[in-house]
Structure formats: C-alpha cells, structure tokens
Ligand binder design. Structure first.
Ligand code: C2E
Ligand code: CA
Ligand code: CA
Ligand code: CA
Length: 401
C-alpha cells in the first residue's frame, strides 16, 4: 500500500474527510478545489512532483479542500507516521512555527470560503513570507524531501525483494601483506535508481529504524560468507560490521549476534563491530553495550577516528580494541612536506600503541601512503591499493594468489 491509482474525474478525497495520507503526484494532474456557497472554486492545479493533502496530516483536522484527478494519476502515499516522525525530529521552534502557519492557513481557507474574496490559500506563503520565492526556494527542497519519502518507501521493500548485496574489502597486515579479515559493506541495487551508495540510504534507514532488519540481514549474510571463506583458509579470518547507533538501542541486537555466531560456529574474536565516535555519545546504552561486547569477546573498532569528537576521555573509559584512522587523513598525507595529515596519522598510531590498542588505516590508495604508514608503525591497512570491496567469490579468490 504505497501507491494509489485514480482514474480521470474520480475523487481522491473530499473536504471534511479525515486525513490519513498525504500524496505525491508521480503521474497525471490533480485539481484542488473547495465549495464556496454553491460554486466549485478551483484552488490549484498540481503536476507531477507536487505534494498535497499534507495539511490534515500535520494538524489532525479534517481536509480543508477536495482533490480530484484531472487525468489518470498515480500517487505515492505518505503516512502520518512518516510525517510525524520528521516533525518530532525538527527543532522545537520550527515545530511551533509550523503549527502557527497551519493555523493561519486554516483561517485563510475559512475566510476564502465564507467571503469568497480572501487570499487563496495557495498564495498564503507568499503573504506570510514575502522574501521567499516559492518557485525558486522551496521547489528544490521539496523535490529533495519528496524524493526521500519515495526512497523510504522503496527501502521498505528492498529487503524482501533481495535488492541488497554485500561486498567485502580485505584488511591487510602491512608487515606480511597478508589478509587478516574483511569489512562487510552494503550495496543497494535499486530497480528504479540503479546503484545507490550506502552514504545515501544508510542515514535514511537509520532514521526510519529500517536499519534494524537491514543490519540483521548484513550480519547474517556476512557471517555466512565468513564461514565459506574460512573453509578455504587455515588461519582465522575476521569479519567487521558497521553498526549504526540505532542498532545499539535495539535490546535484542547482541542476542541476535550471539545466535548468529553460534549458528556458524565462529569464535567471537572473529566478529568485529565498527562504531563511530558519535555513536558513543548518541546512545545512552552505549557504555553498557560496549562493556557487554567486551565481556563477550566481540572486538570493537572506533571507525573514522579523528573526524568526530576524538575525546580522549572515552578512550580511557571504554574497552575498545582498535582505532581506525579515517581515510581523509591517509589521503591528505604529503610525504615530501611531512604535512599535518602525516603528523595526525603518526599521532593516532602512537596513541593506539600507548593505550594497547591496534590500529587500522583506511583508504590506502598508493604505495606512498603504505610506506609512510609503515614508517609510523601502523600495523593494519585497507584501501584500493590492496583491493576494492569485492563480491564473495572474488574475496575467496584473493587467497589464491
Ligand atoms: P566506512 O565504514 O568508513 O567504510 C569505508 C568506505 O571507504 C567504504 O565506502 C569503502 O568502499 C571506501 N573505501 C575503501 N577503501 C578506499 C580507498 O582506498 N579510497 C577511497 N576513496 N575509498 C575507499 P562505502 O562502501 O561506500 O561505504 C560508505 C559508508 O557507508 C561506510 O563508511 C559506512 O559508514 C556505511 N556503511 C556501509 N555498509 C554499511 C552497513 O552494512 N551498515 C551500516 N550501518 N553502515 C554501512
Ligand atoms: Ca567502517
Ligand atoms: Ca571508516
Ligand atoms: Ca566513513
């Protein structure tokens, strides 16, 4: 129930109806109208890309106007939950402004209806905010916002329709140049959008809690892959997973992880969990969670180290096993001039040693990066210089060279 088709001439909703959905027009044209005395007053004609019906969804009042399909139309549905969640996440001041604008809108619609000569609601924004050019300023953002809703709807079905794939990037022992493990990275092959980068859909999945089932799929699939890799390799290989804050909040996460590790008979040391610095701040459960992981024996990796808070306090408080130097520092290194990025990489390596942690450098693209990091004493690395993230068969083949 994510799209609705309405034939030309049919009604989508009537004034006074309860507002259960807002709509995005994918195809066709819609007329918004209201009854003034006996006459039908047209308020607006809307084209693909426009959203309507959002007012009743936001303020919980009945529909303030009617909507009719002018041609055959195809609509994407936006639920109350989708809108409310975004409003809840907004700044409280913005929330209040929104409600004030809504009230204003309602009273203008009322005026329009009773006197027939007040401002048509479609112009109310221009009156309220004369500096805003709705065409220029809002339509671009609206297109973006509307597309996020569409993407969210598509993400809901992507898992069932097996549109996700995992790829594996080797993590290398820089001294011996052998593979010690892999990082599992998700890919989304969308039938509508083609290949979508995780940076584009993971934050959305996180804000909608879809990250929970997606994250379970990642762990399940990644550990199954690890058993296949392990069958061909004599030394223990690890699999690292990126864990979002929202997953830490999930009370069953560790239980699920334990079940999977048991099912595939893996040593917990082989299952590494990568978290961002901000996750330690975002989640109230983080301290307890980290201690539990530590007690169970799942190694914890602090990802993108140096780009977040880099507070030394929690390095002291938490039991973390590994620091992962962010690729921006690795790639920013200019060995000739021994610039700041070099100093930062060196400092992180030294810090990890002082604290008895291991260190991984990500984003190694050149031999120059590699040699510099080795000279600083960095022990593990990952990057295109060794291998891009690859499908399972290629990951297994990497051991055969
Ligand atoms: P990340 O955890 O920092 O992952 C490293 C990113 O750097 C990956 O991008 C990887 O493909 C890329 N990379 C690796 N080596 C090189 C290199 O030499 N040069 C350059 N330029 N890039 C390199 P990717 O796969 O696009 O993932 C982006 C981000 O999406 C990840 O950043 C991670 O935060 C998130 N992500 C990916 N998979 C998952 C997942 O299963 N769950 C969660 N929660 N997040 C994920
Ligand atoms: Ca990572
Ligand atoms: Ca990283
Ligand atoms: Ca990153």
């Amino acid at each position: 129930l994510q799209t609705r088709r309405v034939q030309a001439g049919e009604s989508i909703f009537y004034e006074g109806d309860r507002g259960d959905f807002a709509y995005i027009i994918e195809e066709g044209q819609v007329e918004i109208w209201t009854q003034v005395e006996d006459k039908r007053q047209i308020l607006n004609h809307l084209n693909p890309g426009s959203m309507f019906g959002e007012i009743a969804l936001i303020d919980g009042q009945p529909r303030s106007a009617s909507a009719t399909a002018l041609t055959d139309v195809r609509l994407t549905l936006v639920t109350k939950e989708q809108v409310n969640r975004r409003i809840q996440e907004a700044d409280p001041l913005l929330r209040m402004l929104l409600l004030m604008v809504m009230r204003y809108f309602r009273s203008e619609t009322q005026n329009f209806r009773s006197r027939g000569k007040a401002l048509a609601p479609k112009f109310f924004l221009e009156k309220l905010y004369p500096d805003i050019n709705p065409q220029k300023d809002i339509s671009f953002r609206l297109t973006e916002a509307v597309d996020l809703i569409r993407m969210e709807n598509e993400l809901r079905t992507a898992l069932d329709e097996q549109q996700f794939k995992l790829v594996y990037q080797p993590i290398i022992d820089l001294e011996t140049q052998s593979i010690t493990g892999f990082e599992a990275l998700i890919r989304w092959q969308s039938p509508k959008r083609g290949f979508v980068r995780p940076d584009e859909f993971i934050p959305l999945a996180e804000s909608t809690s879809l990250i929970v089932p997606i994250g379970q799929w990642v762990i399940q699939t990644g550990l199954e892959a690890l058993t296949k890799i392990q069958k061909r390799v004599n030394h223990p290989v690890s699999m690292s997973f990126n864990i979002a804050s929202r997953q830490i909040e999930e009370p069953n996460f560790l239980e699920f992880l334990l079940d999977c590790a048991e099912k595939y008979r893996l040593d917990y040391q082989q299952v590494k969990l990568e978290i961002l610095e901000r996750t330690l701040f975002d989640s109230e459960r983080a301290i307890a969670w980290v201690q539990q992981c530590h007690a169970l024996g799942f190694p914890l990796v602090l990802d993108d180290f140096g780009t977040g808070y880099s507070s030394l306090q929690y390095l002291n408080e938490y039991n973390l096993n590994t620091l992962k130097i962010d690729k921006s520092f690795v790639q920013g290194m200019n060995v000739e001039s021994n610039n700041k990025s070099c100093s930062i990489c060196q400092a992180i390596v030294n810090l990890s040693k002082t604290l008895g942690m291991t260190v991984v450098a990500e984003g190694i693209e050149t031999d120059e990066h590699l040699q510099a990091l080795k000279s600083f004493g960095c022990t593990y690395g990952q990057g295109y210089f060794f291998s891009r993230p690859v499908p399972l068969e290629e990951a297994i083949a990497l051991f055969e060279d």
